[in-house]
Ligand binder design. Structure first.
Ligand SMILES: [Zn+2]
Length: 200
């Protein structure tokens, strides 16, 4: 299971803080609710593309001794199963869907340079998710008059702040800002016997 690492600084600051397993050690198990601090259980690595970073980051894992399941602490600047940081994705979606830029020009607005097809994939997922986001975000952001769900969801994300909105959606509702990949069940848990999908 993935939960959020309550940290929103830079990628470098995140990497430095990872050295201390006690820093954000969960005090209870989010899966079986046992009230006992979890045991540090190594790391897994994932790729990350941010404005000034393109490489591998480590994600800390903890083990619950009661249910023997692991919990990983994902930094707030990434979305599960997506390589690009939330900031890069947000810049692209705003440029294309609110700013009316072409795909190519939006792809240049959101650094670093990327194939515009990657942005098209985000747009598809965002359009699909927009109505649900408007409903969910109404709890933390003022509904904004807008001609359609896509614009309204973007305006609400802008007013709340993308990372704060993601924290609320993910931590409280297990909702993925761009929707969970189809290989996963609604709360983001892997469906039985489903192969691990590569991040897009
Ligand atoms: Zn447990």
């Amino acid at each position: 299971m993935q939960i959020l690492h309550p940290f929103a600084g830079s990628v470098q600051q995140y990497a430095e803080q990872l050295a201390d397993p006690d820093c954000y050690r969960p005090g209870y198990c989010p899966q079986c609710q046992t009230k006992h601090p979890l045991t540090a259980h190594g790391f897994y690595t994932r790729t990350l593309i941010d404005a000034a970073f393109d490489g591998i980051i480590r994600v800390r894992r903890y083990l619950c001794q009661a249910c023997q399941r692991t919990v990983s602490l994902l930094p707030e600047f990434v979305l599960p199963y997506l390589r690009s940081s939330l900031t890069v994705i947000a810049l692209f979606l705003i440029a294309r869907l609110l700013g009316g830029q072409t795909l190519q020009s939006a792809a240049q607005t959101a650094p670093p340079p990327m194939p515009y097809q990657r942005g098209q994939f985000w747009i598809r997922r965002f359009r699909h998710q927009a109505a649900a986001l408007c409903v969910a975000l109404a709890a933390v952001a003022k509904p904004t008059p807008a001609p359609d769900f896509v614009s309204r969801a973007l305006l609400m994300l802008e007013s709340r702040g993308w990372i704060a909105a993601h924290r609320f959606l993910f931590a409280s509702l297990r909702c993925h800002l761009l929707g969970w990949p189809r290989s996963l069940t609604p709360a983001g848990r892997r469906a039985a016997l489903s192969p691990a999908g590569a991040p897009a």
